[in-house]
Write a protein that binds this ligand. Structure first.
Ligand code: URP
Ligand code: ZN
Ligand code: ZN
Length: 461
């Protein structure tokens, strides 16, 4: 079926132009004027923007964590993301200790199969990596299209890897043209601070933030950057939250080291007063790194402005407030870490970035789609609107005014991190490879239609 999107303002990371977009067999076939609409369904985008589908490179769906499993799986999660304008995710496949990477990858394929309504790729989370498992890295890249590997420098006694493991992964990744991602927090120091807090009887959610200070993130960020430099490997820092980490990334990039920063929308707009909410409410914001004191927001926006932070991931990792977060009712260290953020990733950046004048439309597209596609080997199939690209398109109405709420979101999770936030703009129609998943603001996608995406090796664009 042919489609022709007319009269919209087509926005890519490079330019903004008034043009029509022709789609056939799931691919963009022409961009221009007077394209001819014979046999095509015409979608009049007058007064709306036409963005490339969003790419969220940081999601955790159907993931066991903290003694429970995320409430959103590949069906409810991708439904929510689609409604927010995201058409591709890269989810974290969790490596099971002692098992092969292939084993864990098979499990993640099974989780997505028959459920995903948008396209998806995988990163591999790497914990204790013995030599035989490290040797699987090239196979992952070249046979399975998994080209990025995440190492945790925090979550002591569960996911945390030591520096030798991180260094070995960096070495291996370099030779396999893979990209290493780090969760940069000093897990040993945090472990000591948590011990101290609990020993003093401090069990409430706000101690989650107090025991994970910005210095612990800054130190680990700097250490990971030094190890990447030593290994000669590129490095991607996930969920950057604070001035200290932005500074380290900036210093590295000023000396031309390939280091790439990602932040998440919750760190741009929420602050640590969220932990002081009534009763146990602060648990909704227990994630790692924690939500920071407000002044750090400015550091993140500055990082976005000067390009040190170039990707917006959501770090969607949702647990219900009732029945999951309350596992830590009497001990903040037992609250499952993470929140439901993926549906509002683009909406929050649009309001606080574009509407409030911090970034322009092309930068919005770059942060929400294009740069992730480039770094994770999906460009130009994904991440842009160009002839030959997949017709993943978001038609965005900038005039809509709405209030974010768990009452109306499409995720399964029983709360929203952004409850009551008033924003402008909404994805009214969303196409994945030319097919509607959202039409006139209603979800119309079909579970199982999302396709697996193989990432090209790093630097092969
Ligand atoms: O609290 C978080 N961020 N949960 C998800 C796991 C991670 O660290 O990314
Ligand atoms: Zn993390
Ligand atoms: Zn994460």
């Amino acid at each position: 079926m042919k489609k022709l999107i007319t009269n919209g303002l087509v926005v890519t990371a490079d330019h903004v132009q008034r043009a029509d977009v022709a789609i056939e067999n799931g691919i963009v076939t022409a961009i221009g004027h007077k394209l001819g609409d014979s046999g095509a369904e015409v979608i009049n985008a007058e007064g709306r923007y036409v963005f490339p589908g969003g790419i969220d490179p940081h999601t955790h769906l159907d993931m066991p964590f903290g003694g429970t499993v995320t409430v959103d799986d590949f069906e409810s999660g991708t439904r929510g993301f689609a409604c927010g304008g995201t058409t591709t995710i890269i989810d974290f496949c969790m490596h099971e200790r002692g098992k092969s990477l292939r084993h864990s990858l098979d499990i993640w394929h099974e989780k997505a199969r028959g459920k995903a309504v948008i396209d998806y790729g995988f990163h591999m989370m790497a914990g204790d990596l013995q030599d035989d498992i490290l040797d699987e890295i090239p196979l992952m890249v070249y046979e399975h299209g998994v080209m990025s590997f995440k190492v945790f420098m925090a979550y002591k006694n569960t996911l945390q890897a030591d520096d030798k493991t991180l260094f070995r992964v960096l070495q291996k990744a370099k030779s396999a043209h893979a990209l290493v991602q780090v969760h940069a927090e000093n897990g040993d120091v945090i472990d000591a601070l948590v011990e101290d807090a609990l020993a003093q009887g401090h069990v409430q959610p706000q101690y989650h933030a107090l025991t994970r200070p910005p210095a612990a993130e800054g130190e680990a960020t700097g250490r990971a950057i030094e190890l990447a430099k030593l290994a000669g490997a590129p490095l991607y820092i996930v969920h950057v939250t604070c001035q200290q980490a932005v500074d380290k990334i900036g210093e590295a990039r000023r000396r031309a080291q390939p280091v790439f920063g990602e932040t998440c929308e919750q760190y741009l707009v929420c602050d640590d007063t969220a932990y002081a909410g009534p009763g146990f409410e602060g648990a909704k914001y227990v994630m790692s790194p924690p939500i920071r004191e407000k002044s750090h927001q400015e550091a993140l926006w500055n990082g976005i402005f000067n390009g040190d932070i170039m990707v917006l991931g959501s770090d969607q990792c949702s647990f219900n407030f009732h029945g999951q977060k309350d596992l830590g009712k009497d001990d903040f260290s037992k609250i499952p870490n993470g929140g439901p953020s993926g549906e509002d990733r683009m909406g929050i950046l649009y309001e606080y970035g574009v509407v409030q004048g911090r970034i322009g439309l092309s930068k919005f597209v770059s942060l929400t789609s294009t740069t992730a596609a480039k770094l994770f080997g999906l460009f130009p199939k994904k991440g842009t609107i160009a002839v030959g690209s997949d017709a993943d398109v978001v038609i965005w109405d900038p005039h809509v005014e709405r209030t974010i709420s768990a009452e109306t979101h499409h995720l399964q999770c029983d709360y929203s991190l952004f409850e009551g936030f008033k924003v402008h703009g909404q994805a009214t129609d969303v196409l994945v490879r030319g097919e509607y998943v959202v039409r006139d603001r209603a979800f119309v996608g079909t579970p199982g239609t999302g396709q697996y995406l193989r990432g090209k090796p790093f630097g092969y664009q």
